[in-house]
Design a binder for this molecule. Structure first.
Ligand code: SF4
Length: 224
């Protein structure tokens, strides 16, 4: 499989935010979200066998793993082979754009699935049958750049009755893009206070999610 990086850090998002977690970031993505913070993973990395990846994962003192990208489902065959090598007591999460079919992922995998909003430039790429694969263990995430994105997410949540599918619906303000080393620019494109007030006004059944690793480390730092 083509691997951008493997590292051990603090889970920055999702219902497991704050927990130590091993990350396997795979190379390549077929989308181009305007706020993407991992463009370095579009190309490059190193070619590793799934056994080699599993060996590196086992070196870290954690039992929580996230497979991310890029878009990891572009390497579905290798991803499924890697998951099969991991002990059943590990929690395995996969972070995906929601554009690829998720129907062949094993039941043990916790899906963290995006629904892209208009501000990403990739709205409409969502693979609708994926909603049928979501269970209460899985998470659905909307990254928001402003009011239009918020209303898109709110309407999608209501129209598809997402709260009846999973309690884990995440609304996450997009970060401003920064150059490496700009430690002072921890700013969201959408002010979290505005988002909080909109959520309270609408009584929306979702969780406001901030990417806490970008508050702990430089927002442009890799490997965290
Ligand atoms: S799907 Fe993810 S990796 Fe791909 S462009 Fe969008 S944010 Fe970046």
């Amino acid at each position: 499989m083509q691997v951008s990086e493997i590292f051990f850090s603090i889970q920055g998002e999702s219902s497991r935010a704050g927990l130590p977690c091993v990350f396997v970031r795979l190379t390549g993505c077929n989308l181009r979200c305007q706020w993407c913070d991992t463009e370095y993973a579009f190309y490059g990395g190193e070619r590793l066998g799934v056994e080699q990846v599993a060996d590196r994962i086992r070196q870290f003192p954690a039992r929580l793993l996230e497979i991310t990208g890029g878009e990891p489902m572009l390497q579905e065959k290798e991803v499924l082979a890697l998951i099969a090598l991991l002990p059943s007591e590990w929690t395995v999460m996969i972070e995906t754009s929601g554009e690829r079919d998720l129907g062949r992922l094993p039941e043990r995998v916790v899906k963290i699935m995006d629904v892209k909003c208009p501000g990403s430039g990739e709205a409409g790429r969502f693979h609708a049958p994926n909603l049928k694969t979501i269970t209460p263990r899985d998470e659905i995430k909307f990254v928001l750049t402003g009011r239009e994105d918020y209303e898109y997410a709110r309407d999608f949540i209501g129209r598809h009755r997402l709260a009846a599918i999973t309690p884990h619906i995440l609304l996450s303000p997009a970060f401003q893009k920064t150059a490496a080393g700009e430690r002072g620019s921890r700013q969201c494109q959408l002010d979290p206070q505005n988002l909080a007030e909109w959520m309270l006004a609408d009584g929306i059944p979702a969780r406001l999610s901030l990417q806490i690793h970008k508050f702990i480390w430089d927002p442009a730092q890799r490997g965290v």
